[in-house]
Design a binder for this molecule. Structure first.
Ligand code: NTF
Length: 837
């Protein structure tokens, strides 16, 4: 239609649509324009927050340009796209990241200074976008950064929660939760697409009919209809024009008012229904590695999946290609089982709405989807009661039964007369009521299944998915070791070290090719380089010490060894073992003479992380940490040799301060329980050492950096079952040091011991499911080794440098490259710079 416009009109678009430039003066102009027009303020009433908003809007203008050009290019080229379906995107702050990825930081930093602000203060104003719990959500965010940076045609799909992960505060050492109303002020990082609206149906009934060609068909009719509204979040790549999109759906009632009800005087009822509709995307479920079977959560999942698939199918249909081309144009990645209903929804669209035969439709579906598993913990496996699905999604439940029937028929044919196997493989768990096993549905409906670290990918084949190997063989199951984006987790979070690396290697290329870090090895003996390496770490520690002072009131010495464990609080992650070890250390220090104490390495033990609000034992661990901290930090007799802090409200922004400042970080999950871990990668990339178990990605990190540069301990995954079995025959822990620590707690050394009884109980009476007792001595011994190594500061510096230098593998660019080549079969599409018409 553009062709029909008069020449003069086209000329105007071209003239005024030119890029706003990225120089300092252009920024200052746009800053002042946003202050006076967007914010309706003036030089007389502008504070740091308004300065943040004006800067953000100026960046947003430039992001939108790139975003538009990217989408236009993708539409024109129309090559295969990947859609990353994730119920969580833990993006954190956007301004600094956008400034760095767009290459605007220096000009904007200088520009804002002249306008009377500092970039640091301005950046501090932004609230985190915290639409995720932990590793799974942050992984999705890192993957979007890599997809954008590597020019892949990719979209993310998620939900726009009104409340992200709760804010954590501490009261008397206990966690209390506060709602995270992050949209309180305007959010410059989203583009509301009030025109992109999708109807989503719930409940109703299924009616059978015969179509004109005499085929039996099913129609899903009646029930309630809600609307999904799109909000687009631009994700800029680093050093490229490419800027991809995360589309987040928000729920709205279909009509503003139910007019009949309104007229009948049922005003309250009409408003109530409106509220019900808005409820769906109101809040992120705050559980990590744990399933809670709430109906509202299932509604969230379907609402999100239905809107996203409608959008994907609509985009595909525009190209007017035949349906058989769908898997050649579309790859859909399922981030855990949360979006598994997408498999059923696509089959429904193809069979019920498009009239495609079942088998042909199913071939399209299975070639389109791939599934990532992120946990083997049994309590995290999603299972939904059949009656609940039947009520909310009656047609989907029928389709699930059919998928299962045809699948089990194939199994029976391939492996006859094995009823036991059929029961184990079935998508339906034959309990009362019946349950749908979402992981089974995800495996059956995908062409590829992957775990997130080498050990984890092996373990899923030997445990939870073992029976599927019998039918499919091994080739459907593979490994894609997780990765992290070096842009946020080194360049942005650790500017001093980033600068040193760039200077030393002679270019910034390492930011797009992390393997280049190995070039640091030849500088490891260079005095000046080492000095600057140590100085960068120290300045990061000073920055963290300041933060700790502000957040907790505790003063810590930046020259002490910083020992960090920050992650969600969970029994399998064993923060409990860490604090038990701290008690052991404290009581050892107390028994020493002043002279003996003068020789020990001073430590600051730093904890951070949220416990799910309903996870009683995890919350008690937080209380114990704080009770121990209270006693230790106020005991002058140990002369500053030990400090313990719990940093409240751990989130992405806090992680950016903590991670670069760590000397040693703890990744001490019971072997075989942590699928991968990704913060382990972030610490080592920043020159921090690891104290860890032989679990998840720790193993691969050890392979890369060498076992001289990591402290590993504890029992191995293959020993866990036997050890657990052995527990049944004992009433107290086997380890004497552990028993001594338990006695200390029970003596009341850290306050009323009755509070901690339920926690101590998890270790005794044949339980200790996470093997704290079995690993305790090995843990203490290895801690001693850490102290000894730290005394040799030169040796430590060498380890620190070697750690960073060998971390190339753990770039999310490497992970995304593997997914793109081996699962999605997509190619980069560089953005064509367009005229503005
Ligand atoms: C988490 N899983 C795992 O617990 C981590 O080990 C892993 O690094 C991340 O996924 C990312 O792969 C989950 O959060 C969930 F939901 F699967 F339990």
């Amino acid at each position: 239609e553009i062709a029909k416009l008069p020449k003069e009109t086209l000329a105007l678009w071209e003239k005024y649509g030119a890029d706003e430039s990225d120089d300092k003066e252009s920024f200052q102009k746009s800053f002042i324009r946003h202050v006076t027009t967007t914010l309706a303020r003036s030089i007389y009433n502008i504070d740091n927050f308004s300065a943040y908003q004006a800067t953000a809007h100026s960046v947003r203008d430039r992001l939108i340009k790139r975003w538009n050009e990217t989408q236009q290019t993708h539409t024109e080229v129309d090559s295969k796209r990947v859609y990353y379906l994730s119920l969580e995107f833990l993006l954190g702050r956007s301004l600094d990241n956008a400034l760095l990825n767009l290459g605007l930081k220096d000009n904007y930093g200088g520009g804002i200074k002249e306008l009377g602000f500092t970039m640091e203060d301005v950046l501090e104003q932004e609230v985190d976008a915290a639409l995720g719990n932990g590793g799974l959500g942050r992984l999705a965010a890192c993957y979007m950064d890599s997809l954008a940076t590597m020019d892949y045609p990719a979209w993310g799909y998620g939900l726009r929660y009104t409340y992200g992960i709760f804010q954590q505060r501490l009261k008397d050492g206990y966690q209390i939760e506060f709602p995270d109303y992050w949209l309180n002020f305007d959010n410059p990082w989203e583009l509301p697409r009030l025109d992109v609206v999708v109807d989503v149906q719930f409940c109703g009934s299924v009616n059978r009919y015969t179509d004109e060609e005499g085929h039996e068909r099913y129609a899903w009719e009646g029930g309630d209809t809600l609307q999904a509204i799109a909000y687009d979040v631009p994700i800029p790549g680093y050093g490229t024009k490419n800027c991809i999109n995360i589309r987040l759906w928000s729920s709205k009632p279909k009509r503003q008012f139910d007019l009949t009800r309104f007229n009948e005087g049922q005003y309250e009822q009409a408003v109530y229904e409106q509220m019900q509709a808005e409820n769906i995307t109101a809040v992120l479920y705050p559980n990590d590695n744990h399933m809670v079977g709430k109906e509202l959560r299932l509604k969230q999942q379907y609402f999100w999946v239905a809107a996203s698939l409608f959008d994907i199918v609509r985009r595909f249909k525009k190209s007017e290609k035949p349906w058989s081309n769908f898997p050649l144009q579309v790859a859909i990645q399922l981030n855990d089982t949360h979006p598994t209903l997408a498999i059923v929804e696509l089959q429904r669209i193809l069979v019920d709405l498009e009239g495609i035969g079942w088998d042909e439709a199913w071939a399209i579906v299975t070639q389109t989807f791939a599934f990532t598993n992120h946990t083997i913990l049994p309590e995290a496996m999603e299972r939904w009661p059949v009656p609940m699905i039947q009520y909310l999604l009656p047609r989907h439940m029928q389709i699930i039964f059919d998928i299962n029937l045809f699948f089990l028929q194939k199994v029976e044919k391939a492996i006859p007369n094995n009823r036991d196997l059929l029961a184990k493989l079935s998508i339906i768990e034959e309990s009362t009521p019946q349950f749908v096993r979402m992981a089974h549905l995800a495996i059956v409906g995908s062409h590829r299944v992957n775990g997130v670290a080498a050990l984890h990918s092996e373990l899923i084949k030997q445990t939870i998915f073992k029976d599927f190997i019998q039918f499919y063989g091994e080739s459907k199951f593979e490994n894609k070791t997780n990765g992290i984006t070096p842009r946020r987790w080194l360049h942005q979070a650790n500017p001093k070290l980033s600068e040193l690396i760039t200077e030393t290697l002679g270019s910034k290329n390492w930011l797009k090719n992390l393997d280049l870090l190995k070039g640091l090895k030849s500088h490891v003996n260079n005095k000046d380089f080492r000095k600057r390496w140590v100085a960068a770490k120290l300045s990061n520690k000073v920055r963290l010490a300041d933060y700790i002072q502000k957040a907790t009131g505790v003063t810590v010495n930046s020259n002490a060894l910083f020992d960090v464990q920050v992650k969600r609080i969970h029994e399998y992650k064993r923060q409990f073992m860490n604090i038990l070890g701290v008690i052991h250390r404290y009581n050892t220090l107390k028994k020493m003479t002043s002279e003996e104490r003068a020789c020990v390495v001073h430590r600051v033990v730093i904890f951070g992380g949220k416990a799910a609000p309903g996870y009683y034992i995890a919350k008690l661990v937080i209380k114990l940490i704080n009770s121990v901290a209270e006693v230790v930090n106020n005991d002058n007799s140990i002369e500053d040799s030990l400090k313990v802090v719990f940093i409240p409200d751990y989130n992405v922004s806090v992680a950016e301060i903590i991670i670069p400042a760590s000397d040693i970080s703890q990744h001490i999950s019971t072997a075989g329980t942590e699928a991968s871990g990704t913060s382990n990668m972030k610490f080592v990339l920043n020159g921090g050492l690891i104290l860890g178990t032989v679990d998840g990605a720790n193993i691969e990190i050890c392979e890369e950096i060498g076992d001289d540069n990591i402290f590993m301990f504890g029992n191995l995954a293959h020993q866990v079952d036997d050890l657990r079995h052995a527990h049944r025959y004992r009433s107290v822990p086997v380890d004497p040091s552990l028993q001594a620590v338990i006695n200390d707690i029970e003596s009341g050394q850290f306050g009323d011991s009755r509070i901690f009884a339920p926690l101590i109980n998890t270790l005794t009476h044949g339980k200790d499911y996470y093997l704290i007792s079995d690993d305790f001595q090995s843990y203490l011994d290895t801690q001693k080794l850490v102290d000894e190594s730290y005394k040799d500061q030169e040796g430590w510096t060498t380890k620190s440098i070697m750690c960073s230098a060998h971390m190339g593998k753990f770039s999310s660019d490497r992970a995304i490259q593997e997914y793109a080549d081996q699962i999605w079969e997509i190619k980069p599409v560089p953005v064509m710079t367009k005229k503005h018409i």
